[in-house]
Design a protein around this ligand. Sequence first.
Ligand code: IPE
Ligand code: IPE
Ligand code: MG
Length: 240
Amino acid sequence: MNEEKIQSLKVPAHIAIIMDGNGRWAKKRGMPRTFGHSQGAKVVEQILEDADHIGVKYLTVYAFSTENWSRPQTEVKALMNLLRRYMKTSLAKCAKNNVRVRVIGDKSMLDQDLQDSIADLERDTAANTGIGFQIAINYGGRDEIVRAVRRAAEKGLLNDPGRIDESLLNDCLDTAGIPDPDLLIRTCGEQRISNFLLWQLAYSEMYFTDKSWPEFDREELLKAIDAFNHRERRYGGLIH
Ligand code: IPE
Ligand code: IPE
Ligand code: MG
């Protein structure tokens, strides 16, 4: 896409991505699925940088779902090790690029050392003012809503049913304070949500591509943003 065209695009403030197809991409090349995950991890770093340069304010990526524990132990372990490595090595880069990291999902089920690294990274990037980068780990949309309700109950916010409203629940979600995604991208052909951001995607535009995640790049991101520019968001209203 040429520079002039890129400059003319309206950039979505928040992009969410279901990074799918690592395993299929690797298998097609006669490699183990875990090779696809390592490749996928590199792509995340690049896309974060690209999204930031393009002007995206929030990027949320689905790294591990509440359902992904049902995969073979070896694959789960490889994915956790990749996440471990990311949490440890990305601080310098986040500091340099002014990235603010938040992990969404139920962290309490992760190994303690991983929980500690996540807490370190979140704390050390909390004051950064650049792009907000949310990584969904042990994340499920339904689970998040259940935990939000639990959190609200613990704070005594559910005692008066008449005062329960969307903003109350919104503030108890893992994504509290972050605007809903404008655009959801899912790679590698599948056209489903797979329990991602069920609450937050209420009015997001959906973009599906056959490209697998390891093949996804800046040009593909721009294509998705271009498609977003051709959508008409009505929010249930009428366009006059
Ligand atoms: C996405 O790739 C990464 C995770 C779900 C962790 P997959 O591992 O789902 O790859 P495919 O969809 O099986 O090809
Ligand atoms: C969704 O991909 C989860 C992540 C990308 C982390 P899956 O590959 O797990 O989803 P399904 O099984 O195709 O729905
Ligand atoms: Mg998949």
